[in-house]
Design a protein around this ligand. Structure first.
Ligand SMILES: Nc1ncnc2c1ncn2[C@@H]1O[C@H](COP(=O)(O)OP(=O)(O)O)[C@@H](O)[C@H]1O
Ligand SMILES: [Mg+2]
Length: 240
């Protein structure tokens, strides 16, 4: 069953066309990835799904609901959360305050408390540091706050924008294991990345975006064997 379907999407900033005829399907309960180098349009697609940069043409269906005409807060209320590029934590708020922001649509304090405990079960270090200002934490710990905040919305669909950016390989591995764990708990994941190896190790299916267009798609195994993917990512420059 499909959760999200992007069809023939065109998105532009002012006069600069970025996405050109992008079609992507995310199956329910899957981890679907979008691989692409810097500037290929990955973040722009996430912004379009969230209604932050609405597309010029095309359709975005979440279940049976058309998102392209909805404002961002309504899209989020449908059950979509985002872990944004660069984490975007609030440095002068505590860890617990940052996490609670992810549950801003939930009014029941007991439910929020349960979600908080679930995040702390995944990231025990955040429980120890719940009163610490988030800006004083290490990069890896801030990444945990960002992922935890995404979990706090209890979304059906989680959009994750380059979680590996700026993290040491060990943290990348840990965070990807957590993403897989979140997915196994029934959350559909759309993962946008440049880190091909680690991403295809956890993704079920994926797409490759180049200059705003999808140039390859398939299962993780198919993409690893794809000549275009190999040329782009496993060529002379090695993995990016
Ligand atoms: N706010 C913006 N205004 C104008 N152009 C933008 C803006 N954000 C991104 N772009 C341009 O859109 C293209 C795609 O960017 P982006 O979606 O951020 O790519 P990626 O996330 O894959 O690195 C780039 O050429 C970038 O310069
Ligand atoms: Mg980006």
């Amino acid at each position: 069953m499909r959760e999200l379907r992007v069809e023939h999407l065109f998105t532009a900033y002012d006069r600069a066309d970025v996405l050109e005829d992008v079609s992507i399907t995310v199956e329910k309960n899957s981890i679907t990835c979008l691989l692409g180098s810097n500037g290929s349009g990955k973040t722009t697609l996430i912004r379009s799904i969230l209604g932050l940069t609405p597309p010029r043409r095309g359709s975005i269906l979440f279940g049976d609901r058309e998102l392209t005409k909805l404002p961002t807060h309504r899209i989020v209320a449908e059950g979509i959360a985002c872990i944004p590029e660069g984490r975007k934590i609030f440095p002068r708020l505590t860890v617990a305050e940052n996490l609670r922001l992810g549950a801003y649509l939930e009014e029941d304090g007991r439910v929020i408390g349960e979600r908080l405990e679930r995040v702390f079960a995944v990231f025990p270090v955040l429980a120890q540091r719940r009163e610490q200002l988030a800006g004083t934490m290490s990069g890896g710990e801030q990444a945990m706050v960002s992922i935890g905040r995404g979990m706090m919305g209890a979304p059906k669909l989680l959009l994750i924008d380059e979680p590996s950016l700026g993290l040491s390989p060990l943290f990348v591995q840990e965070n990807f294991a957590v993403i897989r764990q979140i997915n196994e708990q029934g959350v559909t994941v759309f993962l946008v990345e440049q880190n091909v190896h680690q991403t295809l190790a956890i993704a079920h299916r994926g797409y490759v975006l180049s200059k705003g267009s999808v140039v390859a798609q398939g299962t993780a195994q198919e993409l690893l064997a794809n000549d275009e993917v190999r040329a782009a990512y496993f060529g002379s420059g090695g993995e990016r």
